[in-house]
Design a protein around this ligand. Structure first.
Ligand code: PAF
Length: 300
């Protein structure tokens, strides 16, 4: 396994692989790797000749009052995990090589970045879109892998790849959960035992809402009310940024449950902000239309 820290060297290395006709899979991460990341690595390894994992805690996607300084870092542990997974390259750039003193270009995906997490974390998605664009330009992957837990992020990245005519497939992989349903996240490490237990309310709330919709309860106001109620009843939850039913393409809140819908939640337990979501597709809950032809045939 090679460890590369200089963007130019990473770019040259990728170019050589591409000239040789090899495909490259990129898994962009901020480190503190868990099973969720490793599932993306597994998928990238299956689908590509070369797998690159980037580890970079991107300062420009953290707001002034956010957790950049205390964000978990475990370079030794991460390197060991990736060695075990037989990853080909870790790309681990320094902040100064990604953002030199004169750095003037940012990528902003309008509208869909302003909603949900974007409304509570101003500038966050601009930071994500900028670093992901840089990583795609440096690593030149054939495919790039992201987790569905960060649903809004994955939609924004798909949009920027389309808008900027970037030649890469964005692959979104299912959320990996702990046994009790909590979505895996590097930020779970901040939770003490009681908070960790309380955090399961997120999955329970999403599952209850999803099951209700699938059983035919498609009253949006009721579902939203139920989600808010379940979350706010948990004493460890200090605030709920949002919880409800959203359009999985535009990230707008839906006024009715129709077609594919995204149930999504962002809340704080103590100082820790957690997000999660569940997609309910129209085929999961559409009430079967009677087949009139066969009914007529039966009547005859
Ligand atoms: O999802 C993450 O870990 C980060 O937002 C990403 C995509 C690596 C960009 O810094």
């Amino acid at each position: 396994m090679e460890i590369i820290s200089i963007p130019k060297i990473m770019q040259e290395t990728s170019k050589e692989y591409l000239v040789d006709g090899k495909t490259i899979g990129l898994v962009p991460t901020m480190g503190a790797l868990h099973e969720g990341h490793l599932s993306l690595v597994g998928r990238a390894k299956q689908e590509n000749d070369i797998t690159v994992v980037s580890i970079f805690v991107n300062p420009i996607q953290f707001g002034a009052s956010e957790d950049l300084e205390r964000y978990p870092r475990d370079i030794e542990g991460d390197t060991e995990k990736l060695r075990r997974e037989k990853v080909d390259i870790i790309f681990m750039p320094e902040i100064s090589s990604m953002y030199p003193e004169v750095f003037l270009t940012y990528v902003e995906v309008e509208k869909i970045s302003e909603r949900l997490c974007g409304a509570f974390r101003p500038g966050h998605f601009r930071g994500v879109a900028t670093v992901v664009t840089k990583l795609l330009n440096i690593v030149k992957p054939t495919r790039a892998y992201f987790g569905q837990k960060d649903f809004q992020q994955s939609i924004i990245i798909k949009q920027l790849v389309k808008d900027l005519n970037m030649d890469v497939d964005v692959v979104v992989c299912p959320t990996v959960r702990e046994q009790d349903g909590l979505a895996m996240s590097s930020r779970n490490a901040y939770l003490d035992r009681a908070q960790r237990e309380a955090a399961t309310v997120i999955y329970r709330c999403l599952k209850e809402a999803s099951d209700l919709i699938k059983s035919g309860v498609i009253d949006r106001t009721y579902i939203k009310g139920l989600m808010q109620d379940r979350l706010l009843k948990e004493p460890a939850v200090s605030s709920v940024d949002y919880a409800g039913v959203y359009d999985p393409e535009t990230m707008n809140e839906l006024s009715e449950i129709k077609g594919d819908v995204l149930l999504t939640v962002a809340l704080r337990i103590g100082d820790t902000r957690l997000i999660d979501n569940m997609l309910v597709t129209s085929s999961d809950y559409q009430i079967q239309q009677p087949n009139f032809k066969s009914l007529k045939e039966r009547a005859i």
